[in-house]
Design a protein around this ligand. Structure first.
Ligand code: SF4
Length: 365
């Protein structure tokens, strides 16, 4: 394995970066008290999600489950409700299972070794390193998209693409984390690297004149900083069209649990069927037949609301809301009446709340 080296002594690199961090770091709620539970929660929420989106979710979640024990004792549906709108719901399920595993297998004490951390549900190399280095000062590296981008540019790593898991880079970061941990600075160093990628060495138009590494950055010297890292190969987008039955009664909507094997498992949504046709071909009669055939749902459909688009990872959904009433006195088993987004709602993905809002702008329930 090729060994990466910094263009300046490690001591200078760490000193410049840490000075910058002390002056410019953001006052984020999870930085106020660096405990393993709050660091884990923040790191899990921040995966694929921006800081400004995460902050209110983080605060609400911690208010409802202030300790790991509270989360371990929680109800999964309630956890998913608090997570509604943040996406990637397996993160919430894994976080709750991790809390239960810590309660059951570690006597409620957060693991202190990498080997134990990595065995927790949903915890990978990055998250284990982040929690143990930030909360406990352990000599462990972290490598996320921000840090990969900083080093791709700083070291002018021409062959590194955005999604690469680069062993030489992990090795360099391990050496840096050991150096910093010996000086009790690894928590700040790892956070400083993330912060630099988030605030200065940003994906587009890095602010090199404000960067503490400006003087030694190889990418900047070569004028290629904006071309690195190479873009990652994108997964092909899958387009899916569905019709959803919007049936409202006494201010509550008829909702179904999402089937086990599909995306957003465990959440609740409007009864949904796959359609191939474009909107203009979706007639109430055709949809009434299809809902009855596929879900045993007898409906009178009065019309369609404008389609709602929603993206879940690589899936681009087009949802055609079909507004109707039930022909039967009671809904088929497994369906419930609920108020999506209401105080005591079942957990729903954000497109359900969006369609409910759209409906209420036009109709009385
Ligand atoms: S000098 Fe510019 S390209 Fe280099 S690390 Fe700093 S912000 Fe990134």
């Amino acid at each position: 394995m090729e060994k990466l080296a910094l263009p300046v002594p490690v001591a200078n690199f760490c000193r410049d970066l840490l000075r910058w961090y002390q002056r410019h770091r953001r006052d984020l709620p999870w930085r106020r008290k660096l405990e393993p539970y709050s660091v884990l929660l923040a790191e899990v929420m921040l995966q694929q999600t921006q800081v400004k989106t995460v902050v209110p979710y983080y605060q609400r979640f911690l208010k409802r489950y202030p300790t790991l024990e509270d989360l371990a004792e929680s109800d999964e549906e309630e956890v998913l409700s608090l997570w509604s709108g943040l996406g990637y719901y397996s993160r919430a399920r894994n976080l709750r299972r991790a809390a239960q595993q810590i309660r059951d297998c570690h006597g409620g004490e957060f693991p202190r070794t990498y080997e134990e951390m990595i065995r927790l549900p949903g915890v990978g190399r990055y998250t284990a390193g982040a929690v143990l280095s930030i909360a406990y000062g352990q000599p462990l590296p972290i490598l996320d998209g921000n840090i990969r981008r900083v080093f791709a540019r700083y070291l002018k790593m021409d062959g590194l693409s955005a999604g690469d898991d680069s062993p030489p880079l992990w090795d360099l970061l391990t050496r840096l984390s050991r150096y910093a941990a010996a000086r009790k600075e690894v928590s700040d160093l790892n956070q400083a690297l993330m912060e630099l990628g988030a605030l200065v060495c940003t994906p587009r138009a890095p602010s090199c004149s404000r960067c503490p590494l400006e003087g030694s950055c190889l990418g900047l010297k070569a004028g290629v900083q904006e071309k690195l890292p190479l873009p990652r190969a994108r997964r092909a987008v899958k387009r899916l069209s569905y019709a959803v039955a919007v049936v409202c009664h006494q201010d509550r909507f008829l909702l179904a649990r999402i089937r086990e094997s599909e995306f957003l498992k465990g959440m609740w949504e409007f009864p949904r069927i796959r359609v191939k046709d474009r909107e203009r071909n979706l007639s109430p009669e055709m949809l009434e037949g299809a809902f009855h055939r596929e879900l045993g749902l007898s409906l009178n459909i009065g019309g369609l609301l404008k389609p709602v688009r929603h993206q879940i990872t690589f899936r681009r959904l087009t949802l055609h809301p079909a507004v109707g009433t039930l022909r039967t006195a009671t809904p088929p088993s497994g369906l419930v009446w609920a108020d999506p987004g209401g105080e005591r709602s079942v957990p729903v993905p954000s497109y359900v709340a969006k369609i409910a809002r759209l409906y209420r702008q036009i109709h009385d329930c």
